[in-house]
Design a protein around this ligand. Structure first.
Ligand code: ATP
Ligand code: MG
Length: 418
């Protein structure tokens, strides 16, 4: 038997239905906030990610699925979405669109990481990107949107972590101070040993508990913000307060990509163990120019769908599907059921029947095992009277409904609150 590749999961029903619900809710909220969808390729030129994410980040240093295609070009399965959103934005001249350019993208990402709970090699993200404004109102709005999505899908208890990384100007003095601190201490992991020399900020993103311990008492970027960045950050906190959003300032939150400036944030949820970040995001004011475009700011977030699914409350056990099963006795009823099957589907109802000439008893058992909401039974006497026998499988309640308005009556009953 050939098995799936390690770290790549098959998503099966009923899990896929839950995924659809989550994505539907996200799409609806994106619509309300004025976002439009992008669908972009899974493969990009390697240099896109190498240039934008940063050579010392975990993603570029060790997690990318990179290979040479038949033409000899180096290509990479996308590890994240922002870089390619900016690539497409520039390639198609979207900067000319009016107002803030707001996009969402839902799909798989690929990182060669050690598979474990909440960490896979193919995982999925719901991404949000807003390009063209540096206003702190936009930062606050993006965070509100993220929290709205999480609340809408049923994730009530979350923690919002917030930080500001300032602009490149603020980072100059800070990095000098941080380097002094890092070189003052020994015992860093080999990665951080290298990072402290070439990209000191990255040490904050180290996963090792030991390095995190050594970082106690490290200087904080928020203490080095220039007046503009400090005002920007203060305004975001003020706005979040006005919208009654609780947050916790986390001065070490730099996040895993080099291109972040000013605002960074993360949402964590209990019950995920070590991988507790459900979503993360931030501002990337230098990225668009870095990739050869105009000097435009941007901000976004990504929700990790696997981690989100993991912490959502389970759907009610034994819940039946919104599905009707047509059962019949005899050839005439079978033909009528075939027609009815089509009619019900035309009316928007989900309906199935058996084509394999089973007995009524095994049709009923099949309906039950398929978790149908009701079995609609047609026999000779029902046909004569122009009715169907409907058995609601959750409680075995039965009723006779006129065939003429069957779809309408069933739809009303299926949609009525239980
Ligand atoms: P982590 O610190 O957990 O490695 P990250 O900083 O690498 O996260 P981002 O690049 O910000 O993560 O991606 C946004 C979200 O995508 C994360 O908060 C997480 O929910 C999810 N995510 C990231 N990597 C994985 C993975 N390998 N498997 C499953 N989900 C992931
Ligand atoms: Mg990571």
């Amino acid at each position: 038997m050939i098995r799936a590749i390690r770290g790549m999961r098959d998503l099966l029903p009923p899990e896929t239905e839950r995924w659809q619900q989550v994505e539907l809710a996200a799409r609806e909220l994106f619509r309300r906030y004025g976002y439009q969808e992008l669908r972009l390729p899974l493969l990009e030129r390697t240099e896109l990610f190498a240039r934008s994410i940063g050579a010392e980040t975990d993603i570029v240093a060790k997690e990318m699925y990179t290979f040479t295609d038949r033409h000899g070009d180096s290509v990479t399965l996308r590890p994240e979405a922002t870089a390619q959103v900016v690539r497409a934005f520039l390639e198609h001249g979207l900067a000319k669109a009016p107002g803030v350019k707001k996009y969402f993208l839902i799909g798989p990402m690929f990182r060669y990481e050690r598979p474990q709970k909440g960490r896979y090699r193919q995982f999925h993200q719901i991404n949000c990107e807003a390009l063209g404004s540096d206003a702190p109102e936009l930062d606050a709005e993006v965070i509100l949107l993220l929290l709205d999505i999480l609340r809408e899908v049923g994730l009530g208890q979350v923690k919002l972590l917030l930080n500001s990384l300032g602009c490149p100007g603020c980072q100059v003095d800070f990095k000098a101070e941080l380097k002094l601190f890092l070189f003052d201490r020994e015992g860093w992991c080999p990665d951080c040993e290298r990072r402290r020399a070439v990209n000191a900020l990255r040490v904050f993103d180290c996963k090792s508990a030991h390095c995190q311990g050594l970082l106690q008492g490290a200087p904080a970027l928020v203490d080095f913000l220039c007046p503009d960045c400090a005002r920007h950050y203060a305004r975001i906190k003020e706005l979040l307060g006005r919208f009654q959003v609780d947050f916790e300032e986390q001065p070490r939150l730099v996040r895993g990509l080099d291109y972040y400036t000013r605002t960074t944030f993360e949402v964590t949820a209990a019950g995920l163990g070590a991988q507790d970040a459900v979503a993360g995001g931030g501002r990337y004011n230098g990225l668009i120019r870095e990739l050869g475009g105009p000097d435009l700011p941007g901000i976004g977030f990504a929700i990790g769908q696997e981690r989100l699914m993991e912490v959502l409350p389970p759907t009610a056990a034994g819940a039946r599907r919104e599905l009707l099963f047509l059962a019949y006795v005899g050839e005439a009823a079978r033909d009528r059921a075939l027609a009815l099957l089509y009619e019900l589907r035309q009316q928007g109802l989900a309906a199935l029947m058996d084509f394999d000439h089973r007995s009524l008893k095994s049709q009923m058992s099949l309906a039950d095992r398929l978790q149908a909401a009701a079995a609609v039974i047609l026999g000779e006497s029902e046909l004569e009277e122009g009715v169907a026998q409907v058995k609601w499988l959750a409680d075995s309640r039965q009723e006779r409904l006129p065939l003429a308005e069957l779809a309408g009556s069933l739809a009303a009953r299926l949609r009525a609150p239980a």
